[in-house]
Design a protein around this ligand. Structure first.
Ligand SMILES: Nc1ncnc2c1ncn2[C@@H]1O[C@H](COP(=O)(O)OP(=O)(O)OP(=O)(O)O)[C@@H](O)[C@H]1O
Length: 222
């Protein structure tokens, strides 16, 4: 489902004398349906960079990044947008939303392209309830929510529809024990449906519960 071969990525800082920062080199890994691979490696090793390469925000300098049959390192932007809409979800740590859109719609939106609006909103209500977001907040924009509430809205949005590929960037980072448990159950359910998951989990217990394997991003080139 996800197949990386010899991926490299460096950054050129044009405003700092064109300094080159090599980050990833020789990264190869594959993640099959229903599998969860945790990205490991010290701070600065390139874990978030690799997630952004797979999501298509950063262009790899070399190698191939096959995601659900498309090579992200070579695909044109429209193909990447279509892949994100149809087959991929990315739960980042931070919520980015258009101001004034109610939480219920923020969560329901990825499903609206695939299901009737009332069905999408019903699924959003169910997930928001499961993730303990109080109902009085559903009609408000999540922009003023607490860090943990925003993270749970982001998670609800990511899990609203089944997708073959999920990218999770510290999905339990700001959560209390009960919500953390809910999120880990959501990940387990997605795996059981056949979703291939790549995640960054600094929380060792979370990692032990959901990850089938760990891949050291820094050690890949060795
Ligand atoms: N857009 C960018 N421009 C320049 N350098 C960048 C950019 N994004 C990341 N880097 C650099 O790439 C390196 C890896 O960063 P990255 O955030 O991927 O590490 P990480 O393994 O996720 O770290 P952490 O565990 O601390 O979050 C860092 O040295 C960082 O400064």
């Amino acid at each position: 489902m996800i197949e990386l071969r010899d991926v490299s990525k460096s950054f050129v800082l044009h405003n700092q004398g064109s300094a080159v920062i090599p980050v990833l080199s020789g990264v190869s890994l594959s993640v099959g349906p229903g599998e969860c691979v945790g990205l490991a490696g010290p701070s600065g090793a390139g874990k978030s960079t690799l997630m952004r390469v797979i999501w298509g925000n950063y262009l790899a300098n070399g190698g191939s990044v096959m995601v659900a049959g498309t090579d992200i390192a070579r695909a044109d932007p429209r193909a990447i947008i279509a892949l994100r809409r149809e087959r991929m979800a990315y739960v980042s740590q931070f919520l980015r939303v258009v101001p004034r859109v109610p939480t219920l719609d923020v969560v329901a939106e990825p499903l609206m392209a695939h299901a009737p609006e009332d069905e999408a909103r019903e699924a959003a209500r169910a997930l928001l309830t499961r993730l303990r977001i109080p109902e009085r907040l559903w009609s408000l924009s999540p922009t003023t929510f607490s860090g943990g509430e925003q993270q749970r809205v982001n998670i609800a949005r990511g899990f609203i529809r089944p997708v073959p590929v999920m990218l999770l960037d510290e999905p339990t980072a700001s959560l209390d024990a009960a919500n953390r448990d809910t999120v880990l159950s959501l990940i387990e359910e997605a795996k059981a449906r056949g979703t291939a998951v790549i995640g960054i989990f600094h929380d060792a217990e979370a990692r032990a519960r959901v990850c089938d394997r760990l891949v050291d991003v820094a050690g890949c080139a060795a």
